[in-house]
Design a protein around this ligand. Structure first.
Ligand SMILES: [Zn+2]
Length: 397
């Protein structure tokens, strides 16, 4: 991760949807004489940024909780007053698919405008078979209407919904609903590439998570976990053991969790924006993970409760200032390793021959400027599969 392979004075040749060559400008201009030419004017061209963890399908934002948190109310008290994830669930269940689609389009255009070309989008605010399918159908429509590259993830196991929490056997009944009804529905419509579980004390236990993800793997889905966000509960260890593609959050990962992740192929996806927005002083031990040999990715965790940002370069700033990554490590985390967290590492996340022409151009002369101008929007344009993604001037649907 310490070598991002940054080159200067080079050009990139794109043929069809793929990168054909990267090399000295004069050489490529001779080799591809007559090709359409885009002058990047010495600015920074990177692989399109890969946001491998978002909860972008939601209705109303939850800005009223921010002040409550600042005044000292904890998560439980906010939930008791009707806030938190259950508020997003109530709200999403009441909205038609078209409305959710329109809201997501404008939010994802902002994310695209920050330099993102691939975005993972989770369901998880429906928590009924019908509302989870509705959310994932919105993701499918987004993929048909926006030029971004989408990766849909089913997160029916985001929380135990209220109506099950109040029943004596509610937990096991909801897990049964997930495995026997929701998952087959999602799989038969081909609506998700990954399944994710919120594995945390008080939400889904290690055993419940294993049950759900084992069933998801049998249904042909890749596996992800929200793991060790608040307390070290063995989530990272489980992720490595069952061969999950990524383990996400990890602010409270244990020493043994760091060790087993480093020895596995599971990507450690860190979400520093969430901790910043919640006002926590703690961050995931990124340095220890990288130094142990783990592959670390960065993502926005874009969601209405704990990380309402669509600014991916800001997350890269936090990668340096909060997680103590080098700039090179931050770029690798935002591109190559983000792609690996979505099983796309053979196609996406590198400016190299054979890779998809997913590119981002920034108003910067030096790669170090991107995390430096923090909170700034410097993206001048992006391409996905060789086609312009941002500024997107296609027909509005
Ligand atoms: Zn999340």
């Amino acid at each position: 991760m310490s070598d991002a392979g940054i080159l200067t004075g080079v050009a990139v040749a794109v043929v069809g949807e793929q990168i054909a060559a990267v090399g000295p400008q004069e050489e490529l201009e001779r080799a591809y004489h007559g090709a359409d030419r885009i002058d990047c004017q010495g600015r920074l061209l990177t692989p399109g940024l890969v946001d491998s963890h978002t909860h972008a399908i939601f209705g109303k934002p939850r800005f009223e909780e921010q002040e409550l948190r600042a005044s000292g109310l904890d998560y439980m008290e906010i939930a008791r007053r009707g806030g938190g994830i259950h508020a997003s669930v109530r709200d999403l269940r009441g909205r038609p698919e078209d409305e959710l689609f329109a809201l997501a389009v404008s939010r994802l255009r902002r994310l695209a405008a920050s330099g993102v070309t691939t975005v993972e989008v989770k369901s998880g605010y429906g928590l009924t078979p019908e509302d989870e399918l509705k959310s994932l159908r919105v993701v499918r429509r987004l993929g048909e209407h926006l030029p971004l590259r989408f990766v849909p993830t089913w997160l029916g196991a985001h929380e135990i919904p209220r109506e099950y929490r109040d029943l004596p056997q509610g937990r096991s009944e909801y897990v049964r609903l997930l495995v026997s009804t929701m998952l087959p529905g999602v799989a038969s419509e081909g609506l998700a590439e990954f399944a994710d579980v919120f594995c945390e004390p008080g939400v889904f236990t290690i055993d419940e998570t294993r049950t759900i993800l084992t069933a998801a793997r049998s249904a042909g889905l890749g596996l992800k976990l929200h793991a060790d966000e608040l307390r070290p509960s063995g989530g990272a260890e489980l992720a490595a053991q069952i061969g999950a593609t990524s383990a996400d959050h990890l602010a409270a990962i244990s020493e043994s969790g760091i060790r087993v992740l480093a020895e596995s192929n599971t990507v450690a996806t860190l979400l520093p924006g969430t901790m910043l927005f919640l006002g926590k002083e703690k961050q995931a031990p990124a340095r220890a993970l990288i130094d142990a040999g783990a592959a670390v990715a960065l993502a926005t965790d874009f969601n209405p409760g704990t990380s309402p940002t669509t600014n991916f370069p800001l997350i890269m700033t936090l990668g340096v200032s909060q997680l103590r990554l080098s700039v090179a490590e931050t770029f690798v985390a935002a591109t190559v390793n983000g792609a690996a967290a979505l099983s796309l590492a053979d196609r996406v996340g590198q400016v190299a021959p054979g890779f998809s022409a997913d590119l981002a151009l920034f108003e910067a002369a030096d790669a170090r400027e991107l995390p430096y101008w923090y909170g700034d929007q410097r993206c001048a344009g992006t391409w996905v599969r060789g086609h312009v993604c941002h500024p997107y001037l296609g027909e509005a649907h």
